[in-house]
Design a protein around this ligand. Structure first.
Ligand SMILES: O=C(CO)[C@@H](O)[C@@H](O)COP(=O)(O)O
Length: 244
């Protein structure tokens, strides 16, 4: 492995290990459940790799050195520990979704309750329009350990704006351009799952009209926050450099 590749893998190990602490911090996992992985993009024609959590280790025991490096068929290339039991699922997503840089799995309680009921979370609040741009869909029940879960994730999210899928009677899988984005999606998925559940205890919950959802999603994805605000504040200029 080239020195650059080695440095990239070590950096991603640090990132993936640190992101597991976020699953605990936001109450998304219990005991050893849940896992985070990230893609390491191959350079100069090298194949992409993935870094994933070792299976069954307590979160308090996770270190960057304990992270496992696999190829995108799930074969272990580096690491002394067995990779997550969801390695096949994560690898399948990376093979079939080249745009995805990070995958997260949780058993967060409210979202997993919706998954257990087999019901999509309706896009009923602005925060769902912002982050998901639609309902959060339900994927099929699938056993662990082969491509079944990965197939369910990819098929359910195909053509869908949501970065989260509720795998029926199992839990949450999220994707992102990188592992941090996938963790954010998992945090927001649990947040909105709880809010919409509570709203339904108070009365009728209506889905937002799609044109509002589209506008919320566009604002949040393209304008919200510092980068977006800076871009919005920068007057557009014509090709001649004049203010548009
Ligand atoms: O739900 C499952 C498998 O999908 C759990 O076993 C999973 O959350 C944790 O497994 P790992 O410790 O990552 O092997």
């Amino acid at each position: 492995m080239s020195d650059d590749r080695t440095r990239a893998v070590e950096r991603v190990k640090d990132e993936v290990c640190a992101l597991h602490a976020e699953l605990l911090r936001w109450g998304l996992v219990a005991w050893t459940s849940g896992n985070v992985s990230a893609r390491v993009v191959g350079a100069d024609g090298a194949d992409d790799l993935m870094v994933i959590k070792p299976s069954g280790l307590a979160y308090s025991e996770l270190t960057p050195q304990s992270m496992v490096v696999c190829d995108l068929d799930g074969k272990v290339l580096e690491g002394d520990l067995s990779p997550s039991s969801d390695t096949a699922a994560h690898a399948y997503v990376y093979r079939h979704r080249p745009d995805v840089g990070g995958v997260v799995h949780t058993h967060s309680p409210y979202a997993t309750a919706w998954a257990t009921a087999g019901e999509a979370i309706p896009c009923a609040i602005t925060a769902m329009g912002d982050e998901f741009g639609d309902d959060i869909p339900v994927g099929p029940f699938a056993l662990i350990g082969d491509d079944s879960i990965g197939q369910g994730i990819v098929a359910t999210l195909d053509g869908h704006r949501s970065p989260a899928v509720l795998m029926r009677q199992h839990g949450v899988f999220t994707i992102g351009k990188d592992a941090k984005a996938a963790v954010k999606a998992a945090v927001m998925c649990e947040d909105v799952a709880r809010t919409v559940h509570l709203a339904r205890q108070l009365g009728q919950v209506e889905r937002l009209q799609q044109h509002y959802v589209d506008r919320l999603y566009d604002r949040y994805q393209n304008v919200y926050g510092q980068d977006g605000a800076a871009a919005a504040a920068t007057p557009a200029t014509t090709s001649e450099g004049e203010s548009a």
